[in-house]
Design a protein around this ligand. Structure first.
Ligand SMILES: *[C@@H]1O[C@H](CO)[C@@H](O)[C@H](O)[C@H]1NC(C)=O
Ligand SMILES: *[C@@H]1O[C@H](CO)[C@@H](O)[C@H](O)[C@H]1NC(C)=O
Ligand SMILES: *[C@@H]1O[C@H](CO)[C@@H](O)[C@H](O)[C@H]1NC(C)=O
Ligand SMILES: *[C@@H]1O[C@H](CO)[C@@H](O)[C@H](O)[C@H]1NC(C)=O
Ligand SMILES: *[C@@H]1O[C@H](CO)[C@@H](O)[C@H](O)[C@H]1NC(C)=O
Ligand SMILES: *[C@@H]1O[C@H](CO)[C@@H](O)[C@H](O)[C@H]1NC(C)=O
Ligand SMILES: *[C@@H]1O[C@H](CO)[C@@H](O)[C@H](O)[C@H]1NC(C)=O
Ligand SMILES: *[C@@H]1O[C@H](CO)[C@@H](O)[C@H](O)[C@H]1NC(C)=O
Ligand SMILES: *[C@@H]1O[C@H](CO)[C@@H](O)[C@H](O)[C@H]1NC(C)=O
Length: 592
C-alpha cells in the first residue's frame, strides 16, 4: 500500500516535468483508456490542458478555474461526446468554441459566470441532447441562441438572473422535450417564445415572481403532458383560459397564493391523471370542482388550509386511487364527497383535527384495506378518543362513537304567527342528533336560509329563524330542515303578515329586501317625471271628453235618431234554403 502510494506520488512529482506522451494522458488528469475518459476535475486548471488524447469521448473539467473558452481550445477532440465544464469561472464563450464537436451529446456549463451567450456559440452541435446552463448570470436569452440544437432534448436554464426571454430565443429547438425555468427574475411568460417548442412534453416553472397566468401562455404547446408551477408566491389566480389548448396528464400548482380550486381552468383536462394542488391557501373544495377529470388517479391537496370538502366535491373522479389531504383543517370527510370510495387505495388524512363520528365510518370500515401511507388518521374529538389512531380503535369504541343518531326536532307544537308588517318574527327549531345537526329553513318561495345567509332572514345559532322587518309577501309556510350524516328531520311553521297601517309607512327607511321584490328608486327626477306624466294624461282625457261632446252636439242637428240596419241571411246550401235566398230584412234601431 505505502509502496503504491510512493510510486503514485513519485509519478505526480515527475509527470508535470515530463512532456505528455503521444496518445497518453495530460498532466493532472486521469485517463481511463477503455471508456476513453479524461477526468481533470478539481485540478486548479486555468485552461484546457494540452495533450488530451484525440480519441477522448468524455472530458471532465468541472471545478477548475477556467475563465473563457476559445474556438481552438477543443478543436483537437472531434470524437468528444460528453463535456463537463461545471463550476468554473467561465464568463465568456467565444462563438465557435464548440464548432468542431459534431458528436457532442452532453454539455454542462452549470455554475459559471456567463452573462450573455452570443449568437453562434452553439453552432454545429447537431447531436447535442442535453445542455445545462443553470446557475449562471444570464440576464437575457437572445433570439436564435439555440438555433442549431435540433437534437436537444433537455435544456436547463434555471437559477439565472433572467429578466427577459427574447421572442425567438427558443427557435430551432424542435426536439426539446423538457424545459426547466427556475429561480429567474422573469415577471411574465411569453406564449410566443414557448410556441417554438413544438416537441415539449414537460415544462417546469419554479420559484418565479410571475403574478398571472394568461390565456395565451401555453396555447401553442399541444404536446405538453407535464406542467409544473411551483413556488410562485405572487400568483393568486389561475385564469379560466390559461390551460386552453393543453392536453395534460399531470399538473402541479403548488406553493402559490391561489385561494380557490381552479375549477374553470381544469375544464376539459380529461386526460389528467395526477393533480397536485398542495401547499396553496385553499380553504374549500366546492361541489363538482373536478367534474371533467374523469381519468384522474391522484389528487394531492396537502398542506393547504382546507376546512371544508363539500358533499360531491369529488364528483366525476371515477378513477381516483390516491387522495392526499394531509395537514389541513378538516374535521371530517364524508363518503358523499366521492363519486365512489371503492376505487380509493391510498388515503392521507393525517394531520387534520378529525371528529371521530359516524361520518368517518366509511374509513373505519375500510381501515384494514386502505393504505394510509404509514400515517394513520388520528381522532381529535371526542375527548375520550383524542389522539387515538382510527385504525387501532377497539370494536367497542366503534359502536360508541361511529354510530349516527338521526336529527330529531324537539317541541313540535305548531307555530302559527300573525304579525304586522315591519315587525321582527322568530321561529324556533331545536334539533338533537349525533353528530350535531345543521339547521336550514326553506321559505315559502323555496329558497334556503342558513346561518350564512345575509339579508332580512337568517338562522340564529340555536336553529331559530329570524325574519326582520316582515312584509306581507313573506307570508306562507316555512320548513325547518335539520340534517346530519344520519339523515334529516323537518318541521313546519306558518307566518301571516298583515299590511302595516298607512300612516306608519315611511319610504326609504326599510332594511334590505332579499325576500321581497326590489325597492323602487325614489328621487326628485322620478317624482317630477311621474307628476308631469300624470298632468299630461289628465289634460288629454279632458280634451278627449270635450271632443266627444263637440262631435255629439254636431251630430244631434244633422242626423236622425234612427239607424237603418239591413242584413241578409247567410247563404245556406241545399234546396230548402232556396226560399230565403236574396230576401233581406230591415231592422230599425233608435239611438237614445
Ligand atoms: C450523431 O450521432 C450519431 C450516433 O449517435 C452519429 O451516427 C452521427 O454521425 C452523429 N452526427 C454527427 C454530425 O456526427
Ligand atoms: C434578480 O433577483 C435577485 C433577487 O431578488 C436580485 O438580487 C438580482 O439583482 C436580480 N437580477 C436582476 C438582473 O434584476
Ligand atoms: C397572498 O395573498 C394574501 C391575500 O390574499 C396577501 O395578503 C399576501 O400578501 C399574498 N402573499 C404574497 C406573497 O403576495
Ligand atoms: C389527449 O391525450 C391523450 C393521451 O394522453 C390522447 O389519447 C388524446 O387523443 C388527446 N386528445 C386531444 C384532443 O389531443
Ligand atoms: C406535490 O407538490 C409538493 C410541493 O411541491 C411536493 O412536495 C410533492 O412531492 C408533490 N407530490 C407529487 C405526488 O408530485
Ligand atoms: C402527501 O403530501 C405530502 C406533502 O406534499 C407529501 O410529503 C407526501 O409524500 C404525499 N403522500 C403521497 C402518498 O403522495
Ligand atoms: C332527507 O332525508 C330523505 C331520506 O330520508 C332524503 O330523501 C331527503 O333528500 C333529505 N332531505 C334533505 C334536505 O337532506
Ligand atoms: C305606528 O307609529 C307609531 C309612532 O310613529 C307607533 O307608536 C306605532 O306602534 C306604529 N304602529 C305600528 C303598527 O307599527
Ligand atoms: C344592505 O345591503 C348593503 C349592500 O347591498 C349592505 O352593505 C348592508 O349591510 C345591508 N344592510 C342590512 C341591514 O342588511
Amino acid at each position: 500500500m505505502t509502496c503504491w502510494l510512493c510510486v503514485l506520488s513519485l509519478q505526480l512529482l515527475l509527470l508535470p516535468a515530463a512532456p505528455p506522451p503521444a496518445g497518453g494522458c495530460p498532466a493532472r488528469c486521469e485517463c481511463t483508456a477503455p471508456t476513453r475518459t479524461v477526468a481533470c476535475a478539481r485540478r486548479r486548471l486555468t485552461a484546457v490542458p494540452e495533450g488530451i488524447p484525440a480519441e477522448t469521448r468524455l472530458l471532465e473539467l468541472s471545478r477548475n478555474r477556467l475563465r473563457c473558452l476559445n474556438p481552438g481550445d477543443l478543436a483537437a477532440l472531434p470524437l468528444l461526446e460528453e463535456l463537463d465544464l461545471s463550476e468554473n469561472v467561465i464568463a465568456h464563450v467565444e462563438p465557435g468554441a464548440f464548432a468542431n464537436l459534431p458528436r457532442l451529446r452532453v454539455l454542462r456549463l452549470r455554475g459559471n459566470l456567463l452573462k450573455l451567450i452570443p449568437p453562434g456559440v452553439f453552432t454545429r452541435l447537431d447531436n447535442l441532447t442535453l445542455l445545462d446552463l443553470s446557475e449562471n448570470k444570464l440576464v437575457i436569452l437572445l433570439d436564435y441562441t439555440f438555433q442549431d440544437l435540433r437534437s436537444l432534448r433537455r435544456l436547463e436554464v434555471g437559477d439565472n438572473d433572467l429578466v427577459f426571454i427574447s421572442r425567438r430565443a427558443f427557435a430551432g429547438l424542435l426536439a426539446l422535450e423538457e424545459l426547466t425555468l427556475e429561480r429567474c427574475n422573469l415577471t411574465a411568460l411569453s406564449g410566443e417564445s414557448l410556441g417554438y417548442l413544438r416537441g415539449l412534453s414537460a415544462l417546469r416553472l419554479r420559484h418565479l415572481a410571475i403574478a398571472a397566468l394568461e390565456d395565451q401562455n401555453f396555447r401553442r404547446l399541444p404536446g405538453l403532458l407535464h406542467l409544473e408551477i411551483d413556488n410562485w408566491p405572487l400568483l393568486e389566480e389561475v385564469a379560466p383560459g390559461s390551460l386552453q389548448g393543453l392536453n395534460l396528464t399531470s399538473l402541479s400548482v403548488t406553493h402559490t397564493n391561489i385561494t380557490a380550486v381552479p375549477a374553470a381552468a381544469l375544464r376539459h383536462q380529461a386526460h389528467l391523471t395526477c393533480l397536485n394542488l398542495s401547499h396553496n391557501p385553499i380553504s374549500t373544495v366546492p361541489r363538482g370542482s373536478f367534474r371533467d377529470l374523469i381519468r384522474l388517479r391522484e389528487l394531492h391537496l396537502a398542506g393547504a388550509l382546507l376546512a371544508v370538502v363539500e358533499p360531491q366535491a369529488f364528483l366525476g373522479l371515477r378513477q381516483i386511487r390516491l387522495l392526499n389531504l394531509s395537514n389541513n383543517l378538516l374535521s371530517t370527510l364524508e363518503e358523499s364527497t366521492f363519486h365512489s370510495v371503492n376505487t380509493l387505495e391510498t388515503l392521507r388524512v393525517d394531520g387534520n383535527p378529525l371528529a371521530c363520528d359516524c361520518r368517518l365510518l366509511w374509513i373505519v370500515q375500510r381501515r384494514k384495506t386502505l393504505n394510509f401511507d404509514g400515517r394513520l388518521p388520528v381522532c381529535a374529538t371526542p375527548a375520550e378518543v383524542r389522539g387515538d389512531a382510527l385504525r387501532n380503535l377497539p370494536d367497542s369504541a366503534l359502536f360508541e362513537y361511529f354510530v349516527c343518531r338521526k336529527p330529531k326536532i324537539r317541541e313540535r307544537r305548531l307555530q302559527q304567527v300573525t304579525a304586522t308588517a315591519g315587525e321582527d318574527v322568530r321561529f324556533q327549531c331545536r334539533a338533537e342528533g349525533e353528530p350535531a345537526p345543521t339547521v336550514a329553513w326553506v321559505t315559502p318561495q323555496h329558497s334556503a336560509v342558513t346561518s350564512a345567509s345575509t339579508g332580512r332572514a337568517r338562522v340564529l345559532p340555536g336553529g331559530t329563524l329570524e325574519i326582520l322587518d316582515a312584509r306581507p309577501q313573506d307570508s306562507g309556510t316555512y320548513t325547518c330542515v335539520a340534517s346530519n350524516a344520519g339523515g334529516n328531520d323537518t318541521y313546519f311553521a306558518t307566518l301571516t303578515v298583515q299590511p302595516e297601517p298607512a300612516a306608519n309607512r315611511t319610504l326609504g327607511e326599510g332594511r334590505n329586501e332579499t325576500l321581497a321584490a326590489a325597492r323602487f328608486p325614489l328621487d326628485l327626477t322620478t317624482i317630477l317625471v311621474s307628476t308631469a306624466m300624470g298632468c299630461i294624461t289628465f289634460l288629454g282625457v279632458v280634451l278627449f271628453c270635450f271632443l266627444l261632446l263637440f262631435v255629439w252636439s254636431r251630430g244631434r242637428g244633422q242626423h236622425k235618431n234612427n239607424f237603418s240596419v239591413e242584413y241578409s241571411f247567410r247563404k245556406v246550401d241545399g234546396p230548402a234554403a232556396g226560399a230565403g235566398q236574396g230576401s233581406s230584412r230591415k231592422f230599425n234601431m233608435k239611438m237614445i
